[in-house]
Write a protein that binds this ligand. Sequence first.
Ligand code: SAM
Length: 424
Amino acid sequence: MPSPFLTPGESALADNVALLHLRRDDSMPTVLRAFDDKNEGYKEGKVSNTRFGSFPHSTLIGQKWGSQIAASKVDTGSRGRKPTKRKAEELDASTGADDDSASTKTPVAASSGFLHLMYPTPESWTLSLPHRTQVVYTPDYSYILHRLRARPGSTVIEAGAGSGSFTHASVRAVFNGYPGEEPATKKQRYEFHEQRAGRVREEITEHGLDGLVEVTHRDVYEDGFLLGDPQTGRSPKASAIFLDLPAPWLALKHLVRHPASGGESPLDPNSTAYICTFSPCLEQAEKTIRMMRKLSWLNISMVEVQHNRIEVKRERIGLDCDGIRGATVFPKTVDEAATKLREDDARAKRFRLGRSADEEASANENEASSVKEPAGPLYSVGRLVHRSENELKTHTSYLVFAILPRDWTEEDEQRCRQKYPSDK
Ligand code: SAM
């Protein structure tokens, strides 16, 4: 089944993951189910209970993405009633990423609101996924994938996989077809925590990413990155590597062109390898850089992504804001205060009568308190100010980037000699 993360199509299908968008920064991921086996197959399918009402999945399946869906008018009966503690725990355990269970614990009134049905994206998944670990956020992974030259057809290694935030963004970056279609690529992920590796595998299946992402349960410090047997296994032939590990320098010995073990290199022999490591401490970054130098990585650089949203507005001096958010300037003298009060009164009167400033000016020709609108270019009205909003979620870490060129071969040498015969 196509993944809604990659090719969402026009409408929401059964057994696909969808986002129930409740309001800004509040979405609930759920797998749409036409039958609810936990409730003996209610014909409305599974029911998602939210703070804005109950949504039987029969009202969601088949709807166009982006549709506004009203909450159920029907009392959802036992599904609206508070489940026993044991039942709630069972639901929690069985639904995993699906946040429905949390809201199932709260009794919900019938038809209390609406939601928007959205297809999932890596960005929305990052904000709504169940956190098993610290995750990589959108500002970081956008930059990382750009620097790793991740593009359709690339193979990416990721270790550790953790909560799968980076995975969804990177599989979209390299996607160029489903298994069985041509061409299709695979992304390799390694995770040494058994339960996390298991949960990640389940998510990959639920999200339609089987065959595009391969999850290996492995300690990469010890066993490296070959697929199958750590010594004699197959090379994933990766051109991009992302290490989100506590000690990335311990994994670097496996990311070489000619492993000391004599086994295959996990790197693509025909491509430059691009690497990024993600470490919260400078000491970790330093250790990584030292090891990279020893192992002949080049162009080593360290970056910290500091993402701020900057709000720019014009501060109108001596005037009320009149629709400009937050630009109120307080008067400094009694005269200024009296003038401002008169202006406010006049503006309020104008508003009540539905008159423009010109109409008001001619109507009040003789009135001493007539209000003058600011004239002239915009800059004369006030100065531009900006303020940064720290509302975008990100996790500050030091990103170390480097590249490892491919081997220079005899054929390269011959080609070069033919092209530049005069070079000695
Ligand atoms: N990149 C993930 C994301 O975006 O959701 C988060 C990764 S989390 C910060 C680090 C992960 O590395 C943990 O899940 C941990 O179990 C795993 N890990 C730690 N040491 C490891 C090792 N030696 N081999 C493989 N995975 C390891």
